[in-house]
Write a protein that binds this ligand. Structure first.
Ligand SMILES: [Zn+2]
Length: 136
């Protein structure tokens, strides 16, 4: 279990450095989606959830790093999801014509069929949750 109290004793700037170093190491040793999974799992931990501010900070930092390297369409391609212009076939409902619109510059999506919407982290989380298979 992570000892969050230690982190809390650090000043905000020190915390930023610690997180930056940690993330750099993680991105070197893990694939981005494993890091993303780690962040998501960590944010579900009871002990970390107590510290909402820290949780929010970690998520925003992870988001910055993810946005630099990945887009929603890039993830969609990994899952073999059909893309047509700025729309794709929605993987979250039984979709025939592409009805999920996305914006890679903002990394957000919105489905007009099933009303699924959110950012790139939500997109990935939903893919994992609904058990969509990755391209092999
Ligand atoms: Zn949908």
């Amino acid at each position: 279990m992570v000892d969050v109290n230690v982190d809390f004793m650090l000043k905000q700037n020190q915390l930023k450095e610690v997180w930056f170093e940690l993330t750099k190491k993680m991105f070197k040793n893990f694939l981005y989606y494993e890091v993303l999974d780690l962040v998501l799992k960590a944010s579900e931990e009871k002990d970390i959830k107590k510290y909402k501010k820290l949780n929010k900070f970690i998520k925003s930092q992870a988001r910055l790093l993810i946005d630099k390297k990945y887009t929603i369409s890039k993830i969609a391609k990994e899952y073999n999801i059909k893309i047509k212009g700025d729309k794709m076939v929605c993987p979250f409902h039984d979709d025939k014509d592409p009805s999920l619109s996305f914006d890679d510059s903002k990394n957000v999506f919105n489905c007009f069929g099933c009303h699924a919407k959110g950012d790139i982290i939500e997109f990935k989380r939903r893919l994992i949750e609904s058990g969509v298979k990755k391209r092999s």
